[in-house]
Ligand binder design. Structure first.
Ligand code: 5GP
Length: 173
């Protein structure tokens, strides 16, 4: 297994996370927010992001996994649902990466049924080329090429999540 040199360095990530948090702070001025971390991949991004958001907020966590069945469909299984009641609340879904978009599309629909005042999506990485389901990415950190990346919460077989930077992962041959 080979981890290449950083695609995104610690400094680049931290700068962008603060920019996203500043934009979110501005947009939600005067409102209370429920920030939802999509486990497991978003845990590091989420922790960094919320500590820079300057509006009152609650945090909650959802855990799910997606299985792409065909080129145009996918299925998502929810392992752990929200504990907060989101009715009439402003919800910000925080994800590590928008890849096919299947997970975010499903979660958005799933949570919409509970009558929130609004749902917005914040993803650190955007792999546009792979998109199957159209999703509104209200806040996106970086556009990245169609490569498998690890680090800063993102894994390969649950490893490499602790890297403070993001790198392209290659299986050694
Ligand atoms: P979706 O395809 O539903 O947009 O993304 C589902 C999940 O696949 C993401 O939340 C993320 O956990 C995982 N994923 C997608 N692309 C990558 C990648 O390049 N690296 C890693 N480690 N996980 C990815």
């Amino acid at each position: 297994m080979v981890i290449g040199k950083p695609l995104l360095t610690v400094e680049q990530i931290q700068k962008r996370v603060r920019e996203l948090a500043d934009k979110i702070t501005k947009d939600y001025n005067g409102k209370e927010l429920i920030a939802v971390c999509i486990l497991n991949g978003a845990f590091m991004f989420f922790a960094d992001l919320v500590r820079h958001i300057r509006v009152p907020l609650k945090v909650d966590f959802v855990s799910c996994s997606s299985y792409v069945k065909t080129d145009t469909t996918g299925e998502v299984k929810v392992h752990q649902d929200l504990r907060e009641d989101i009715k009439d609340k402003h919800v910000l879904l925080v994800e590590d990466i928008a890849d096919t978009g299947v997970t975010l599309n499903f979660l958005r629909e799933h949570l919409m049924q509970r009558g929130p005042a609004s749902i917005k999506i914040c993803a650190l990485l955007d792999k546009k080329e792979r998109r199957i389901a159209e999703i509104p990415l209200d806040y996106a950190g970086f556009s990245i090429p169609n490569k498998y990346v690890v680090g800063y919460g993102l894994d390969y077989s649950n490893r490499f999540r602790n890297l403070p930077y993001i790198a392209i992962f290659k299986k050694s041959t």
